[in-house]
Design a protein around this ligand. Structure first.
Ligand code: FAD
Length: 414
């Protein structure tokens, strides 16, 4: 792999950008692999990268039914933060945030990680109390968080309407949180995994999982049968469907989560802004577009479009907070299919099928988890033991009852 650098950029520019090598090999599928990962989203690709690069696993393939990044990893709103409520989540997501801080040099691509801060608004006195509890818990997890007054918020957001329908009482911020470029994260892991010897096979849908004696023996795909020593399902909203092929039932439902972008404008918003109460969040991309998201659609779906009522609600909420945006035109809207666990926390690790692992339940918040998800799942597969950070996130918590209810605790899961 030829390294990207300032010098290679200059050389590429002077040569009219005609001689850039392909970023990754588009491999032909082999009949057998030591490890097959289903799904070339961020989690599948990162897991393959850490397996090949750090654990020396030789024959690894990532099978993708479409093109890589066509799932949620290329559709999200790019928020990276570690301000979760429970210590288990805090430790996991903080590991991920730290990996993001060094990701550009780790995988040699500019992931445009911008630690501009994520600011959470409180729209009622009751929410202020909850946020104090939340910020205090984050602090006790050893992660930065700071309560803000109305005046502090005005300094961050000069255009905000503090006296909107649900007046803003204050908020809190994680200054080390921010956004990064999701395509670069996906392409970077794909490129680095391919350079470490991983076969990335696109246009290869898994259509069946053959098992015998509680082991997966082979996979049926649209490009032939492939056998594997061990398999990981990293298919987000398709997890329930794929697990059922192996006779496994997962506590996962699939819902559409939407995002939208406006036409680009001059820099006007230099933090990520979230309100769980009126349910909208927004940040400004490097191209100047405002990237907007809100709540998930209320019904289960596999359609990557989403319904109009949620778009309207998100727009109403945004204009309550930032009326200055009312004349902006919306450029694009889309949705991704999120894999929601009942406690809104991930499920990563072994299953009752001996050589089948899952990485699911990332729901509306798994982009920020890609580096740590890949790192810890690779460790788990190699040692056949959960990585210490993953122990609380095993499937068995739904039979023991040790749930990690971030949905109720943090109020917002993006
Ligand atoms: C609109 C939106 C906004 C979001 N915003 C944020 C955010 O701001 N911050 C955050 O942290 N998270 C966010 N998320 C969540 C985040 O994007 C996901 O949790 C994360 O990308 C999941 O990554 P993944 O690799 O598990 O899945 P995906 O990226 O969805 O990859 C799964 C892949 O599996 C493939 N696949 C499915 N079935 C098969 C099959 N049968 N055979 C082969 N391949 C198959 C799919 O084509 C897909 O490419 C958001 C999600 C959405 C939809």
């Amino acid at each position: 792999m030829r390294a990207y650098s300032g010098f290679s950029l200059l050389r590429g520019a002077l040569a009219g950008h005609r001689y850039w090598p392909r970023a990754w090999r588009n491999a032909e599928p082999q009949q057998h692999y030591d490890v097959v990962i289903i799904g070339a989203g961020g989690h599948g690709l990162a897991t393959a990268y850490y397996l090949a690069k750090y654990h020396g696993v030789k024959r690894v393939a990532v099978l993708e039914k479409g093109h890589l990044g066509s799932g949620n990893s290329g559709r999200n709103t790019q928020v990276c933060r570690s301000n979760y409520f429970y210590p288990e989540s805090g430790a996991f997501y903080e590991h991920s945030l730290q990996l993001y801080e060094n990701l550009a040099s780790e995988i040699n691509i500019n992931v445009m990680f911008s630690q501009r801060g994520i600011l959470v608004l409180c729209n009622s006195p009751h929410e202020m109390d909850l946020c104090r509890r939340w910020a205090n818990a984050i602090d006790m997890n050893g992660i930065d968080s700071e309560m803000l007054t109305r005046e502090d918020i005005r300094k961050y957001l000069p255009h905000i309407n503090l006296d909107c329908r649900f007046p803003i009482h204050g908020g809190f911020i994680q200054k080390r949180a921010g956004i990064s470029r999701h395509d670069a994260v996906v392409w970077g892991y794909a490129r680095a995994a391919s350079a470490a010897g991983v076969d990335i096979v696109q246009q290869c849908a898994v259509t069946g999982i053959n098992t015998s004696d509680s082991r997966v023996t082979s996979l049926e795909t649209t490009r032939g049968r492939i056998s594997a020593g061990c398999i990981a399902l990293c298919v987000a909203g398709h997890s329930g469907h794929l697990a059922a092929m192996a006779g496994l039932r997962l506590p996962i439902t699939s819902v559409a989560l939407q995002a939208m972008v406006t036409e680009p404008v001059k820099p006007m918003l230099d933090v990520g802004l979230m309100s769980a109460h009126i349910h909208v969040y927004v940040s400004q991309s490097d191209r100047g577009e405002l990237v907007i998201g809100g709540g998930a659609d209320l019904y289960n779906s596999y359609a990557q479009r989403g319904g109009l009522p949620v778009q309207q609600e998100s727009m109403q909420a945004l204009l309550e907070l930032l009326p200055i945006l009312s004349r902006l035109r919306m450029m694009r809207q889309w949705a991704g299919i999120c894999d929601m666990a009942p406690d809104v926390s991930p499920i990563v690790g072994k299953t009752s099928i001996e050589n089948l692992y899952v990485s699911t339940g990332w729901g509306t918040g798994g982009y920020k988890a890609i580096p740590a998800g890949g790192d810890t799942l690779a460790h788990t597969m190699v040692h056949d033991e959960p990585h210490p950070l993953l122990r609380p996130f095993q499937l068995e918590r739904f039979s023991t009852g040790r749930l990690i209810d971030e949905g109720a605790a943090s109020g917002v899961a993006h």
